[in-house]
Write a protein that binds this ligand. Structure first.
Ligand SMILES: *Cc1c(COP(=O)(O)O)cnc(C)c1O
Length: 223
């Protein structure tokens, strides 16, 4: 068994019920994904459109491709036919474009709203106030080609575990509030995407249902 397969099995075995692993394969070759696939992994995360396109075309059809990075509006059309979940919807305009492209493919594309909870101001996402305004306005209810299924966030890049826990907690509280206020008739609003290689154990204690783990499985990113 390769180290990739060992890590995939070890991490999956350690996740509590109701939590799924998104294996983040960005910048890793198809061979690495095949190894993870052979260990049973089916959900993979990518953050560049061209790279995901190429891998989607060449790798097994039953892989679920999650787009986890910042998505440019003009590139939505390329991934709309097959993407399983878009994690980082960071503007109303992006959600509108996803809906438009989803309708063209006659599908409702599952999406998460990216919440900005980190201290860094370089990260994308809605502040909790912006997200609240957006949900309250309600335009999203008319978007037939996109379906909001939960919240995504990234914590600050820090060793301060209390700070990270605080940020995940803030995202989780927002999720619970949004679910009860705006999605009480929509059980598919149920996903909390947070936690990466270094902070996923904290994420698991603070409501995560999807953890996005890359380097811990695949090692340092290549090319
Ligand atoms: C790269 C990436 C990850 C995975 O990061 P690791 O530290 O390698 O686990 C998770 N989420 C997003 C949005 C990423 O871009």
């Amino acid at each position: 068994m390769s180290s990739i397969q060992y890590e995939i099995q070890r991490i999956n075995a350690s996740l509590p019920e109701g939590v799924s692993l998104v294996a983040v394969s960005k910048f890793h070759p198809e061979e690495a994904i095949k190894q993870a696939y052979e260990a049973g992994q089916r959900v993979f995360g990518e953050s560049h459109v061209q790279e995901m396109q190429r891998k989607h075309e060449r790798l097994p059809e039953d892989i679920e491709w999650h787009f986890i990075g910042h998505l440019q509006t003009n590139k939505v059309k390329y991934i709309a036919p097959y993407v399983s979940l878009i994690h980082a919807v960071d503007t109303p305009r992006l959600l509108a474009e996803i809906s438009k492209q989803g309708q063209k493919c006659r599908r409702r594309i599952p999406c998460l709203l990216q919440l900005h909870v980190a201290r860094e101001d370089t990260k994308f996402g809605f502040t909790p106030d912006e997200a609240e305004d957006f949900l309250q306005k309600g335009d999203w209810r008319q978007m037939q080609g996109a379906e909001l299924c939960g919240i995504m966030c990234m914590a600050s890049l820090t060793d301060d575990e209390e700070q990270i826990a605080h940020e995940f907690d803030e995202a989780h509280r927002f999720f619970l509030h949004a679910r009860d206020t705006y999605f009480s008739d929509q059980p598919s609003f149920c996903q909390c995407s947070w936690g990466m290689s270094d902070d996923y154990p904290i994420a698991l204690r603070h409501g995560a249902t999807l953890v996005r783990i890359g380097s811990k499985i695949f090692g340092q990113r290549q090319y």
